[in-house]
Design a protein around this ligand. Structure first.
Ligand SMILES: Nc1ncnc2c1ncn2[C@@H]1O[C@H](COP(=O)(O)OP(=O)(O)OP(=O)(O)O)[C@@H](O)[C@H]1O
Ligand SMILES: [Mg+2]
Length: 496
């Protein structure tokens, strides 16, 4: 009997593999960072071969550290940085670097589509908006800019996929994705659940490129990569996987993940909720009789969260390890009027300004590294409040508590600041690797390793609750300062 499930967590900054047991506990893991390629300001690429190599090596390493063999692994689940776009040929050779979700190069394509009056159509069918964030305009850019690509795509020689599909193709030879990843492409109708010909035409993307779309939990293929046949039985984009890993199965339940970016997702049930400043997206699609059952989510996507801590570490040299930011920020009582707006790649929800750029305001002669570091942690909390207010307005519900996860959620000061800025309780579960855990659950449910969602819910445990301690007056004053700071950062790269 297989004892474990293996999750492959292919993130923006690293590839991770984690072996989970039946209680949802971590048995072993391995992680490898990989190169971030910045060919021009605002452009971000990854090498698909490096993504594959680091993911395969970490998978093998995690299984080895678990003292396991392929026979011990009931199934593999894949979760991935979303929207990042790869095109490869039928021999599995990438034709270009992956264009990463953070990449802003397709802003002019978005503007062109908007000028043609197409934004309402995209919004209505995909739940997204016209922002360079999503895959569709990235595919279009590749076809328009890499010599020979469009012709080869039309001839059916090429395959497009988000990173899940890329890994699946290398692992099993199947060209497929799941509902959650499809829902981030700008090409998939999330209500009718099909690739949308009208949107494909607007984007000038040939249908022959596209993968098959399957349930997030179900067998996609078998891989021999671990030395014996193991089914790949679950796929979900990282944020949806985290929502699943937090066992947020009931409508109204929400989580916020503090990783490279910060992503708040709220389960809204089987009927999508439209929102002017947030995304409507597929939380997961699960097999149910003859037709898959789809659950929707409202999402507030904040592009830069923990990445701002990395920036303090790597570009400004404030400290050696990300975790050191907590002690430095705690060395001052407050940020002394300093605000950091980490709009390094524009602003996502709820502002959606691709021309915004980073800003530090409120500096005085006495401002120091500790104030700037503390203000960076506060920025994560303010950005989260921005999206929570939008979620509550648009979904018409009030969150009673916020479940949090992701690498930066290890930071106690950050979570206390978050509780203070929100005026709500913030709850941290015992397992912070909810992204990988969600992928493991999806895969394990498909092969009967876990019986059902109740089985999964029972595994969720609280590590610590953070209760608000700040006065309402102080909270309001600080937040108004943040809103003024954000206005200063908007439109910067547009020259306006
Ligand atoms: N103690 C900490 N305090 C604040 N930020 C932290 C801390 N530890 C890690 N981080 C930040 O959290 C991020 C890493 O978290 P995590 O591994 O969840 O990211 P991720 O988004 O999953 O990465 P990827 O995008 O590769 O998936 C980094 O940006 C890092 O700077
Ligand atoms: Mg991640």
């Amino acid at each position: 009997m297989s004892r474990f499930v293996l999750a492959l967590d292919q993130g923006t900054s690293s590839s991770r593999a984690i072996v989970f047991d039946h209680s949802g506990g971590i048995v072993a893991g391995a992680q490898q960072p990989f190169e971030q390629i910045y060919p021009q300001p605002g452009w971000v690429e990854h090498d698909p071969e490096e993504i594959w190599r680091t993911q395969l090596e970490t998978a093998r390493e995690a299984v080895r550290r678990a003292h396991a063999g392929p026979g011990d692994i009931a199934a593999i689940g894949i979760t991935n940085q979303r929207e990042t776009t790869v095109i490869w040929d039928r021999d599995g050779r990438p034709v270009h670097n992956a264009i990463v979700w953070q990449d802003r190069r397709t802003a002019p394509i978005c503007e062109e589509l908007r000028a043609r009056g197409l934004e309402p159509l995209f919004r209505e069918r995909t739940g997204l908006l016209l922002d360079p964030y999503f895959s569709g305009t990235k595919v279009r850019w590749l076809l328009d800019n890499v010599p020979g690509l469009r012709l080869r795509a039309e001839n059916g020689e090429l395959l497009f996929g988000t990173v899940d599909s890329w890994l699946l193709y290398r692992l099993t030879g199947a060209h497929a994705t799941d509902y959650t990843n499809a829902s981030r492409t700008l090409m998939y109708n999330i209500f009718e659940r099909r690739w949308d010909d009208e949107l494909l035409e607007a984007l000038a993307v040939p249908r022959a490129l596209l993968p098959a779309v399957q349930a997030s939990s179900g067998v996609f293929g078998e891989t021999a990569a671990l030395g014996g046949a193991v089914p790949v039985a679950g796929i979900a984009g990282d944020q949806q996987a985290a929502l699943f890993g937090q066992a947020a199965f009931a409508p109204g339940m929400a989580k916020n993940t503090y990783g490279t970016g910060a992503f708040l997702l709220m389960n809204v049930g089987d009927r999508p909720v439209a929102s002017p400043s947030l995304l409507t997206t597929i939380a997961w699609g699960l097999p149910s009789g003859s037709r898959d059952e789809v659950t929707y989510a409202l999402e507030g996507s904040v592009f830069i969260a923990g990445a701002a801590v990395q920036w303090l570490r790597d570009e400004l040299g404030f400290f050696a390890r990300s975790a050191d930011c907590e002690a430095l920020a705690a060395s001052v009582a407050d940020s002394d009027g300093v605000y950091v707006v980490p709009a390094f790649v524009g602003l996502g929800a709820p502002h959606w300004d691709p021309h915004a750029r980073g800003a530090i305001v409120g500096l005085t002669r006495g401002s120091n590294r500790a104030h700037i570091t503390r203000a960076t942690l506060e920025a994560m909390a303010y950005q989260t409040r921005d999206v929570i207010e939008a979620v509550e307005r648009d979904a018409g519900v009030k969150l009673t508590e916020l479940r949090v996860d992701g690498g930066a959620a290890a930071n106690n000061l950050l979570l206390q600041i978050q509780a203070d800025i929100l005026g709500r309780e913030v709850v941290r579960p015992a397992v912070l690797e909810t992204t990988a855990l969600g992928a493991a659950y999806l895969a394990g449910l498909a092969v009967g390793f876990w019986a059902d969602r109740e089985d999964v819910s029972r595994n969720w445990r609280v590590d610590r609750r953070f209760r608000p301690q700040m006065s309402a007056e102080r909270r309001g004053e600080l937040y108004r300062g943040w809103q003024r700071a954000v206005e200063r950062a908007k439109g910067w790269a547009g020259g306006g």
